[in-house]
Design a protein around this ligand. Sequence first.
Ligand code: BJW
Ligand code: ZN
Length: 254
Amino acid sequence: MASPLPSALRALLHRRFTRIVVFSGAGMSAESGIPTFRSGRNGLWNAFDPQALATPQAWRRDRDTVWGWYEWRRGLVMAASPHAGHGAVARLRNELDAEVVTQNVDNLHERAGADGVMHLHGSLFSPRCDTCGAPFSLTASPPPEPSRQRPPPPCPACPGAIRPGVVWFGESLDPAVVEAATAAIIRCDLLLIVGTSGMVYPAAGLVDLAPPDALIVEINPEPARSTGRIGYAWATTAATGLPALAEHLLAYSR
Ligand code: BJW
Ligand code: ZN
């Protein structure tokens, strides 16, 4: 049984929505045991230096450390399972045609059953050559520790090395993904912003593109600053709030 919606939120949701967008960040996967970047004791950037791991400069300086760290993170995701909130998003996707835009590099939305997820910051599961861009299939099992150095595989097609398929600081996001996410957000009537601090651009700016009459609901246990136009900020977690929201939206659409 999903937890009840706050009555003020229920009142705002007392209409039928046909163009729903879910915009998720690291907090979406926190209850699956995947660390966020900036929140809580386990925030990745509390323990690791982003400049030394998540920049093209870091890759040029020390590829073995960077590759080992991302492979460790791929292993964390492989060992994790989607939670009830991922399941709720998949139901919104499949039953109400919601669009899912995520900053996350994990595959938990997909593993819960959502297809067509727009990954603004790439994926741990789509590595490619750092020189010719050719995609690469990973077969090696990930290291158990973050500190383990591991040389990246050589590219089979050129002298390049295989790099993580994520977007590092200072790199451009895939224009096709940004375009698709923008197209979804500018026409939405309900935007659910889940588990993001709203600190990293240009992703954070996309939520400001929602139409003025769209309802924006934020799900985050801590106040975030994802947009100044939140209709309702629900201080709850993804695994608690999303099933309740989905149940309401699905019931209302019947
Ligand atoms: C829960 C919960 C639960 C907890 N339920 N919620 C100054 C101003 C503006 C921009 C810049 C600037 N200086 C530099 C820039 C640009 C830079 C940027 O934005 N930096 C900021 C930090 C200031 N951006 C870029 O570089 C981007 N590219 C770009 O701009 O290209 C143009 C350019 C070209 C050349 C030169 C310069 C610019 C690229 C950004 C790529 C970001 N990459 C990362 C790493 C991806 C790979 C990897 O995974 O390692 O993406 S950084 C990291 O942050 C990751 C995330 O996707 C992203 C956003 O984080 P997110 O998802 O919001 O997570 P957290 O941890 O911040 O927040 C979690 C939230 O969850 C919290 O609010 C919790 O409360 C909540 N929560 N438990 C619900 N159970
Ligand atoms: Zn290559």
